[in-house]
Design a protein around this ligand. Structure first.
Ligand code: HEM
Length: 178
């Protein structure tokens, strides 16, 4: 059997990238509308998932530092861990919102605009980053490293913004949790 070329390996995953990029935001949006009755709000979760977001930002920065120092194995491990952390964040975020009333932002004036700017950009970019992360990862697995590097330069700053803005949103809303 002939060995698959890098672009053939990438093509194998294309369908899954499309399915996951549509299904993940869709499932999250649907679950956000579901409230599980008669359960205590999982109010211990927000500080945990905010910390996970902060750790994801540190993992991303360390992973890029690793590849700049030619440590491919460390780069790969840190990026894989960042994906696992992002998935964990998403599960906890959904679990919290399925058990708790939404917390309105209590700040006034310019702060309110800042909060909604950070929140909305965080949400929009968190949806956009899903295909970017998956394509970046698949290109690395397929050993298409020049193509990996090209898209990674877009994926990395967006993913970092999503992780950091997640922490900022938490810090801004946390005084208003009941
Ligand atoms: C979604 C996860 C990943 C992201 C966001 C990512 C991000 C990056 C970034 C930003 C660079 C460019 C660094 C620079 O020169 O400025 C890079 C390069 C590189 N990455 Fe990744 N990476 C990911 C996963 C992986 C994995 C799993 C591997 C597996 C071995 C890998 C291997 C490499 C290699 C070999 C380079 C150097 C490419 C070159 O200079 O031609 N990456 N990555």
């Amino acid at each position: 059997m002939s060995k698959l070329q890098p672009n053939e390996k990438e093509a194998k995953y294309k369908k899954w990238i499309i399915i996951l990029s549509i299904a993940i935001p869709l499932v999250v949006a649907v679950l956000f509308g579901v409230r599980i009755p008669n359960v205590e709000p999982l109010s211990f979760l927000p500080p945990i998932y905010a910390t996970i977001n902060g750790l994801t930002a540190l993992l991303l920065i360390t992973a890029v530092w690793a590849i700049k120092n030619n440590n491919r194995a460390l780069h790969e491990r840190l990026m894989t861990t960042a994906i696992v952390f992002s998935a964990l964040f998403l599960v906890m975020y959904v679990a919290y919102h399925m058990t708790s009333d939404p917390t309105p932002f209590g700040g006034e004036g310019a702060l309110k605009y800042v909060y909604y700017f950070v929140l909305i950009s965080h949400i929009v970019l968190s949806v956009a980053v899903i295909p970017l992360v998956l394509i970046t990862y698949v290109r690395a697995l397929a050993e298409s490293f020049p193509r990996h590097r090209k898209i990674a330069k877009v994926t990395f700053p967006i993913w970092l913004y999503v992780a950091v803005s997640g922490v900022v949103v938490y810090l801004m809303i946390s005084p208003y949790y009941v």
